[in-house]
Write a protein of this length. Structure first.
Length: 335
């Protein structure tokens, strides 16, 4: 994993832990000082030491009870989550949110969208200036990183993932400048890694340590799970990458939700990929009447052959999958 040096933000939980630790140390020091004043002989010092040890044990139990209660509260607040494939025209953006407030944004739409739909959605679902725990740019094509610079300026982004493949486009340069000026932690994830972001578990399937030096095939591919539900997101990775991932037998690719690769292009979402993932629903992100003919007829036919329900932003608007922590889910569409 590669990192860029960034000033790391403390989360609210970390700040609370620091405050409690400082208070604990202050009380111990104060108690010790008082013991020096009051302890006139060895016996009194021994008694005082016993009291300090008892005090430490009681304090430790208090912290343990507090932490357990907080974890229980987090579970209660995370009874459901939302996987939203946003309608950003001929581009891609997916917003994941759990009831405890954890937010993950995968890609940020197309830079040519004059309406800046992505910002409208984020204001609605995250709140202006709200927190985004993780922002993943799957790769540096302008229809995946569009308005990424504005998101980093307008919202409280905690962590950023990029694949490490450079680009010379002006859109990429703007995003990279925004990354450098942000306080977010920067990470270049690699296949085989597992990360926990709130109640979401992320398994990284691509890129490999050695990049393929292909802007699409170096896309960050992730399987993201919430409780017993999971979704697979592959950016613009082609069938070649899908094949490599499948051949790595350590990967469990089964997922309930499949976001079709490369906007449903015929060069992604192969027969083998569909068979390995075994999705219950599939979604593509594409604009109406786009010049690329996305989604490809071949891809749609492959999914229909296996009777997998198909949704798309060009036909259905934003597609929202509401997930319960027992793995059940419902699909809602704008249109």
């Amino acid at each position: 994993m590669a990192y860029r040096k960034k000033k790391k933000k403390l989360t609210k939980k970390q700040k609370q832990q620091q405050t409690r630790l400082a208070l604990f140390v202050a009380i111990i020091l104060f108690s010790f000082s008082m013991g020096l004043f009051l302890g006139g002989n060895d016996q009194s010092r021994t008694n005082f030491k016993d009291k300090i040890n008892q005090f430490k044990e009681d304090w430790t139990m208090l912290f343990k009870d507090f932490s357990t209660k907080k974890n229980d509260d987090d579970l209660i607040r995370s009874k459901s989550a939302y996987f939203r494939i946003l309608d950003v025209g001929q581009g891609s953006s997916t917003l994941l949110q759990s009831e405890d407030g954890t937010t993950i944004l995968i890609d940020s739409g197309r830079y040519e969208d004059k309406d800046k739909k992505i910002l409208t959605y984020l204001d609605r679902y995250v709140g202006t200036g709200g927190k985004i725990d993780l922002l993943i740019f799957t790769h540096n094509d302008s229809d995946h990183i569009g308005f990424g610079d504005l998101i980093l300026q307008y919202y409280d982004v905690q962590e950023i993932w990029m694949n490490g493949y450079d680009s010379t486009s002006k859109v990429y340069e703007r995003v990279l400048d925004a990354v450098e000026h942000s306080q977010a932690r920067y990470v270049e994830p690699r296949s085989g890694e597992t990360h926990q972001i709130g109640p979401f578990e992320l398994n990284v399937l691509n890129p490999t340590v050695e990049l393929r030096n292909n802007p699409n095939d170096d896309s960050i591919v992730t399987k993201i799970s919430f409780a017993d539900f999971s979704g697979l997101f592959s950016g613009d990775a082609s069938t070649r990458v899908e094949k490599d991932i499948i051949e790595d037998k350590s990967n469990d690719l089964t997922a309930d939700l499949l976001l079709m690769g490369h906007h449903g292009s015929k060069t992604s979402t192969s027969e083998e990929w569909i068979k390995a993932v075994q999705p219950k629903i599939s979604v593509y992100s594409a604009g109406k009447n786009n010049r690329y003919d996305h989604p490809g007829k071949e891809t749609i036919d492959r999914l229909k052959k296996r009777s997998i329900p198909i949704y798309g932003t060009s036909e259905n608007g934003t597609v929202t999958v509401k997930v319960n922590n027992d793995g059940t889910f419902i699909v809602e569409t704008e249109e």
